[in-house]
Design a protein around this ligand. Structure first.
Ligand SMILES: *Cc1c(COP(=O)(O)O)cnc(C)c1O
Ligand SMILES: [Zn+2]
Length: 410
């Protein structure tokens, strides 16, 4: 038996049964899982969590499933790496990378949300799963859906990086490339979700899907020795991950596993798609949709579903937001790679470059403990680096030919 009592409207508070629904019939606000925290705090302890397997289901009482986990049994519990080299390069003392580029089967944090969404889709009895994706979500739905035995439809913008498309195709889902941007894809998928009884993980299953992101927040706290960081820098597409990391910290505090939450939450966005950062800087929570134009395609959502809530978390936590150019994104990817040996995709470049900017502005301070969320693996977006790396040395298979180039290197 699970610990979710109902789905609750985030705007008017009306409650609904736990069904594959996502929007309030009265005010059109989004629905969110409402837990019985008293019951959870009576069963869940640090010790119990620490005894469990190192995957995201070690926090299962705080996830919206009723039975045992069925999908994603090897997702999550990614490393939290002390990043002293990068800290030195940026001029601060305490920096950690939450490294979601590894461990997950499809090498991005989307394995978290999909593990929860597909477990719930099984509980609801769906036979077909689907998603509107900027790339990584399609990988996770394709892979986990294959293992779990679902029919799969993944919808993507047709302009996605070729390597990102192949990384879905290999699992043999139905890949539908739409002539439009993510916001067009999402609009079409909402229409399809109304017509077909499929589990669209980020549409009609969204209240359950979104909760999976909390596991990144839970892990950060546990891996820091059951405390929250001073700062956390989070890349934003729809803004969901950012709000759920905050929710995770608050929940652990609420059920008594940590005594305080003193974290400032920072949003990282690309200049070519920065509706959330722009609103934060303008001091408003009204999100103005934009037409995305950036190499950070996995973050290219011009009309972010959780943008309003992300802005409010940033405000509540006394955080801030920044934007970075495509060139800064590439520099960010390279800086992380050459200091920490971590190859992140463009989204990670956005987060590193944003962190650099926040430090330079004195907003993130030298003595504070900062966690940077790196959410996807660089092997997925290699195209972004073309023309921006060192050259390969091409030589003949003899020592003279090698020493010719060695003279130039030394
Ligand atoms: C989806 C995604 C995000 C952010 O997603 P939200 O929609 O803001 O929750 C961040 N990084 C990567 C690599 C992603 O694929
Ligand atoms: Zn409502």
């Amino acid at each position: 038996m699970g610990y979710v009592n109902s789905l609750k409207c985030r705007e008017c508070g009306r409650e609904y049964p736990v069904d594959p629904i996502y929007v309030c019939e009265f005010c059109f606000g989004p629905l969110e899982a409402a837990y019985d925290y008293n019951k959870i705090s009576s069963v869940l302890s640090r010790e119990l969590i620490e005894k469990r397997e190192k995957n995201l289901w070690r926090y299962k009482e705080l996830l919206p499933i009723d039975g045992e986990p069925q999908v994603g049994l090897s997702s999550g519990f990614t490393p939290l790496i002390r990043a002293d080299n990068l800290a030195n390069a940026l001029g601060i003392d305490h920096l950690y990378i939450k490294d979601d580029t590894v461990v997950h089967p499809t090498l991005s944090f989307k394995d978290r949300v999909v593990s929860v969404a597909l477990t719930k889709a099984k509980e609801f009895g769906f036979d077909t799963v689907a998603c509107a994706s900027t790339g990584n979500l399609a990988h996770a739905v394709s892979a986990h859906g294959a293992k779990a035995g679902f029919k799969r439809f993944v919808f993507i913008p047709a302009t996605l990086e070729p390597s990102k498309i192949v990384a879905s195709l290999v699992y043999e889902p139905n890949v539908v490339a739409v002539d439009g941007n993510y916001d067009d894809v999402n609009r079409l998928c909402t229409e399809i979700a109304n017509k077909y009884r499929w589990a669209f993980v980020n549409i009609n299953i969204r209240p359950f899907y979104a909760e999976g992101s909390k596991t990144q927040g839970f892990e950060i706290v546990e891996q820091l020795g059951w405390k929250t960081p001073d700062n956390v820098v989070v890349p934003c597409a729809s803004g969901s991950l950012l709000t759920k990391i905050w929710k995770a910290f608050k929940e652990l505090n609420y059920i008594g596993l940590i005594s305080e939450v003193k974290t400032k939450v920072f949003a990282a966005q690309a200049l070519g798609c920065s509706p959330i950062s722009t609103a934060v800087k303008a001091g408003t929570d009204i999100i103005k949709p934009v037409k995305p134009d950036t190499i950070a395609k996995s973050l290219a959502i011009g009309n972010p579903a959780d943008g309003y809530y992300a802005v409010n978390v940033i405000k509540e936590s006394s955080g801030w937001a920044e934007t970075v150019t495509d060139l800064e994104i590439i520099e960010g990817i390279k800086l992380l790679a050459k200091t920490e040996g971590i190859f992140s995709e463009t989204a990670g470049g956005v987060t590193v470059a944003t962190t650099k900017k926040l430090i330079e502005q004195g907003i993130i301070k030298k003595h504070e403990l900062t966690v940077v969320c790196i959410t996807g693996n660089g092997l997925k977006t290699q195209e972004a680096l073309s023309g921006h790396t060192k050259q390969v040395f091409y030589i003949k298979p003899n020592i003279n030919s090698f020493e010719d180039i060695l003279r130039n290197v030394l």
